[in-house]
Design a protein around this ligand. Structure first.
Ligand code: SF4
Length: 348
């Protein structure tokens, strides 16, 4: 069979693999064995499937390919952060990041090649969206980082955030399929409570997540709770204004009772006034919330954006705390290798 028409075997479900083997006149359980190799053991080749006969391995190689990702380049930051440039089977490249702290290792993974949204402070936005990642390409990023975590930090990966390249809710089905695999005992068996999907706020998709009663956490990159300001830095806000986002989040909270995290960068002269902090409080106080104030990481052509003063950060912290909203100030990680939030742009 010609390589061009071979199917990616990981697009098949367990049942489809069982049926494939039955149709070949073999035992259905052979499908279970292959499935285990593909997901639990992350086999990169059919030759690696050593409990299958040579003839079976050759038959699989005649019919299928395994489109595994390849870590093209790995960069380590002074603070221990690792950035991977991941080459996909069609030669496109995305990035993923391992962020170690004393108590946890977090994987920041990509969901799209480029991004369809146009946040003005984000390096990925300059790449435009080329395509969505498949579930296996998302899963493989997690496996690669889990391996690196074991190798360099002597412990398994503990948390995952969908905060790399792309808007995860614009690749909804594939992201949910990947999370299914990551949390399934047949995959990595991770708790969904350790996974956070971070969205710039697509109201319809947030409602869909709520209806599906997903168990992972939700974070929203808000950056302003005033429509005119948010639209100026995140232009898609004119399509999905704050009132719609807020309604969707109310719906999410009513269904899931799960606390909402807001990611928020404070920029000098953009959103650093008392009224900006007050608007944030008014926006998020309807449900238990946590605000992460994230340090800004400069990008090329990002001259309009400058990290706000410490006084402005203090103003936010006090305003939020006074109103009973949990707040953390996040220092940036991996800045020296362009691995920090908003800096992923395939520059390496
Ligand atoms: S911040 Fe996120 S949603 Fe906005 S352009 Fe960058 S990758 Fe896309």
């Amino acid at each position: 069979m010609d390589t061009q028409v071979k199917k990616d075997i990981r697009a098949l479900t367990r049942d489809q693999l069982r049926t494939f083997f039955k149709d070949q006149g073999d035992h259905a359980y052979r499908g279970d064995q292959v499935y285990e190799w593909l997901w639990q053991k992350s086999a990169h080749s059919f030759e690696a499937m050593t409990n299958l006969s040579k003839a079976t391995r050759e038959m699989l190689a005649d019919n299928f390919v395994i489109n595994h990702i390849k870590v093209d380049k790995m960069q380590r930051s002074n603070d221990g952060t690792i950035k991977n440039a991941i080459r996909l089977h069609d030669d496109l490249v995305v990035e993923s990041v391992l962020i170690p702290t004393s108590s946890r290792t977090t994987a920041c993974v990509s969901s799209q090649v480029g991004c369809s949204l146009d946040c003005r402070f984000c390096a990925t936005a300059k790449l435009k969206r080329m395509r969505n990642l498949n579930p296996d390409e998302i899963y493989d990023q997690v496996v690669a980082i889990d391996n690196e975590s074991r190798l360099y930090f002597d412990r398994p990966l503990s948390n995952i955030v969908f905060m790399g390249m792309g808007e995860p809710l614009m690749n909804y089905n594939n992201v949910l399929k990947a999370i299914d695999k990551i949390t399934s005992p047949e995959g990595l068996g991770m708790s969904p409570k350790r996974i956070t999907v971070s969205t710039s706020g697509v109201p319809k998709m947030i409602r869909k997540l709520a209806d599906e009663e997903v168990k992972f956490k939700l974070a929203v990159s808000l950056h302003s709770a005033i429509d005119s300001i948010r639209t100026s830095i995140m232009p898609f806000n004119s399509t999905f204004p704050l009132a719609d986002l807020r309604e969707a989040l109310e719906y999410w909270y009513a269904k899931t009772k799960s606390r909402i995290t807001y990611e928020y960068v404070v920029w000098e002269g953009i959103n650093d006034r008392q009224e900006d902090a007050d608007a944030l409080v008014a926006f998020c106080k309807f449900a238990p919330s946590k605000v992460n104030l994230i340090e800004y990481n400069p990008i090329e052509d990002g001259d309009d954006f400058r990290q706000a003063s410490n006084a402005a950060i203090d103003l936010y912290v006090h305003t939020l705390e006074r109103n009973g909203i949990t707040v953390t100030v996040r220092r940036s990680r991996g800045k020296d290798i362009d691995a920090a939030c908003g800096q992923l742009a395939n520059k390496s």
